[in-house]
Design a protein around this ligand. Sequence first.
Ligand SMILES: [Zn+2]
Length: 347
Amino acid sequence: MRTQTYLFLQKLKCPKCGRILAGGATHKVKNDKWYFYYRCEDCKNNIKENKIEEAIMHILNDVFEYDSVVNEFFLPVLKNKLENPKDELEEEIKKLNNKKKRLKEGFVNGLFTIEEVKEETEKLDNLIKDLEEKIISNQQAEQLNFTVDDILLKRDMDYINKIKLPLTYHAFEECWPDLDRDDKADIVMRYIDDIELEEINNMYVVKKVNFRSTFYEDFKMLFNQGYIDCKREMIIEFNGIQTSVPVRYSEFTSIKDIMQNFYRLNECYEVNLYKGTFYKDTEKLDIGPILKDEVPVRIFPLQKNNNGDNNWLSMGMLATKNNPNDIKVNIRDVFETIPDNVTEEDF
Ligand SMILES: [Zn+2]
C-alpha cells in the first residue's frame, strides 16, 4: 500500500536506460523518520530525495514564490476581471425565477401537486442563492482592485523585506522548507514536467529541471510585457568595482509605470532609482555610484525594444539599503499590504 507522498514521483528517469524511477521509503526507528529515495529497478541505482531537493532548492523556492504571488494572489482576481461574469450570472437567475413562476402556474392549473411545487421551488431557490453568492464574491474580488503592475510591486516588496528583515520575512512568509510534503508534491506536480538526471562517479545527480509548458507560457507572457522579473546574471560596475551577480531583471514597461512602481515603493521604504548604461557587446552594466550598504532590488531597460542601437541600452536600477532603518510604515504593513497608486500630483 502506498501511503507516502513522493515529491518527485513520475518526474525522474534513469539516465542509463530511460526507465521512470520508482519511489521507495525506509523508516528509521532511531529518530522515527522516513527517508525517501528513487531507484531504477533495472540498473539498481538510486538517488535520495533530499539530495534532489537540496540540489534544486533555489528553483523550488522561486517556483513557490511565483505560485504564491501570481497564482494564488493575482491570477484568480485578474481572470475574474477579464471574464466579468456578472451579466451571465444575472441572466441565469432570471431564468430560474421564470421557472419558479411556471411551477406556480402549473400548480394553479392542476399540473403539479403542492409537494412537487415545494420540492422543486426549494431546489431552484438553492441554485439562485449559489448564483447570488457568486456575484457577491466576484464584487469583493473586484474591489481588491489588483492589476498586473501589482505583481512586480509585490515581488519587489517581498525581495526588499527579505533584504531588510530576513528573520521577520521567514516568520511572515512561507518558504519552501516550511511546506508539508503534500504541498511540496502539489507544487512539483503543477510546475515541473521532469527532472533530468545524470550519472557521475556511479551516482545519480540532478542535471536540469524542465518546467511544464503551461508554466512557461504564463511566465513568458508576463515577463515579455514587463510584469514579472526573473534572475539574470549580469556584470555590473558600481563605484568602480566590477562584479558578476545574479540580479532581478524585468523587461521594459512604460516610464510612467516605472515611476509609479518607484513612488509606491517609496511609500514604504527609502528606495533609490539609478540610471546607467548597458553595453551590449560586453554585457556590462555601468551604473551608480550607489550608497554604502545599498543593494540592487531590480534592473530594467529604460528604452523600448532593447533600444535601436547595437551598442548600448539605457538601464534603470532600483536599490535600497540592506537594513530596516528606512522603513516608513508598520512592519506588518510591508508584509500584508501593498501601497495605493500614486497620483500625478505626488510625482
Ligand atoms: Zn535504468
